[in-house]
Design a protein around this ligand. Structure first.
Ligand SMILES: Nc1ncnc2c1ncn2[C@@H]1O[C@H](COP(=O)(O)OP(=O)(O)OP(=O)(O)O)[C@@H](O)[C@H]1O
Ligand SMILES: [Mg+2]
Length: 362
């Protein structure tokens, strides 16, 4: 087990072009479960592959357990990877698949058998040890791939979208299994996904990347409550945060013809930045939908997503029909398509960002 440090690490595929990973710095603690998340092409896999030794490091350093990995071949880094296409050997049994990396290492048979047995036990694969992969479900195959990584007892596990071949239900179950397994084994793990729900539910901390640049590295709750910029604010959370660029007014900001009040601290942050307009962020649960009224922001419902426990009302602002909104309402709220509603914020702890740079103001 070991800590992992990215120290201003860069990867430049094409000289002169924008780096795929630009000066990434992260301190990952021993035993931590860290998720890299971000949209397609943001550099998640590249960052992971740099750690694995499958990609050059064009600047900076990556250290595992304090040792600089620049120039160290992949096989000497003491890591194990699980990919989306985990490619089991079709003609080998589950046991032989899991045994393979140990055999390659030349360990004695008795020791290998014991490690395979223990890993199978951990993963609930004992009864499948003699089967071939084709006789397993997608989730079971995925666990064999995990087993092949576990038997190696690496210092670091690296996983790149390991669940993306599974159906939605299996993904949720396996996601919980991997998180529990990581907790039990205590091995430093870096997990790549483009799915923010996976990131939020699995990671101790989450690194949000965009265009090769680290945006924020924080716990899921911190990302949700205090996103550092409008990009993270919009990326983390489902449904997404409502984001509006709005004029500053006395006591708050104006949205859809109504005043949204802001606390003194937020107002002074805005005036300290000398801004006449700001990007306002409101999570779907930070406001309530009421019937037509003089108070609040008028809007119209275009879609009701009834989930049973909650309902999400999608709509548009009455005086800005191209401005979409989403509000969380109690389940079975009785809202209908076409309803006119007014929105009132139920907290003044709203999110404010610079309208040009997107940086958090409050
Ligand atoms: N071998 C390569 N040669 C040149 N450019 C590459 C190479 N591999 C990746 N890139 C580019 O580097 C950037 C980051 O790619 P990367 O695979 O790390 O993205 P990602 O975040 O893993 O995306 P996804 O979610 O689609 O897997 C992309 O713009 C990609 O086109
Ligand atoms: Mg990728």
């Amino acid at each position: 087990m070991a800590e992992v440090v990215y120290d201003s690490a860069s990867r430049i595929y094409t000289p002169g072009a924008k780096p795929a990973v630009n000066k990434l710095s992260l301190d990952i603690a021993d035993g931590e479960f860290v998720v890299f998340v971000g949209p397609s092409g943001c550099g998640k896999s590249t960052a992971l592959r740099m750690l694995a030794g499958l990609e050059e490091i064009d600047g900076g350093e990556i250290r595992i357990g304090g040792d600089n990995m620049v120039g160290v071949p992949s096989r000497d880094r003491d890591i194990a990877m699980v990919f989306q296409n985990y490619a089991l050997y079709p003609n080998k049994t589950v046991a032989e698949n899991m045994d393979f990396p140990l055999k390659m290492r030349g360990l004695p048979k008795s020791e290998r058998d014991e490690k395979v047995r223990a890993a199978a036990e951990t993963l609930g694969l004992t009864e499948f040890l003699d089967r071939k992969p084709r006789a397993l479900s997608g989730g079971q195959r995925q666990r064999v791939a995990m087993g092949r990584a576990i038997v190696r007892e690496p210092r670091v596990f690296l996983m790149d979208e390991p669940l993306s071949n599974l159906d939605a239900k299996m993904r949720v179950g396996t996601r919980a299994e991997i998180a529990a397994l990581q907790q039990r084994l205590g091995v430093t793990t870096i997990y790549v996904t483009h799915d923010q729900v996976e990131a939020m539910t699995m990671g101790h901390r989450v690194a949000v990347l965009r265009l090769g640049e680290l945006q924020q590295f924080a716990s899921p709750v911190e990302l949700y409550d205090r996103p550092v910029n409008a990009f993270v604010a919009g990326f983390i959370g489902s449904p997404s945060m409502n984001l509006f660029t709005v004029p500053v007014a006395d006591g708050g900001v104006r949205l859809g013809g109504a005043l949204v009040p802001l606390p003194a601290s937020a107002r002074s942050a805005i005036s300290a930045a000398g801004l006449e307009s700001v990007t306002l962020g409101i999570r779907p649960e930070q406001w309530t939908a009421n019937g037509p009224s003089d108070e609040g922001v008028p809007a119209q419902v275009t879609v009701v997503e009834e989930l049973g426990s909650d309902a999400f009302l999608y709509g548009t602002l009455a005086d800005a029909p191209d401005q979409p909104i989403v509000v969380r309402a109690p389940g079975r709220s009785g809202a209908h398509l076409g309803d006119k509603i007014t929105l009132r914020t139920i907290t003044d702890d709203l999110h404010l960002f610079h309208p040009d740079t997107g940086a958090r103001l409050n």
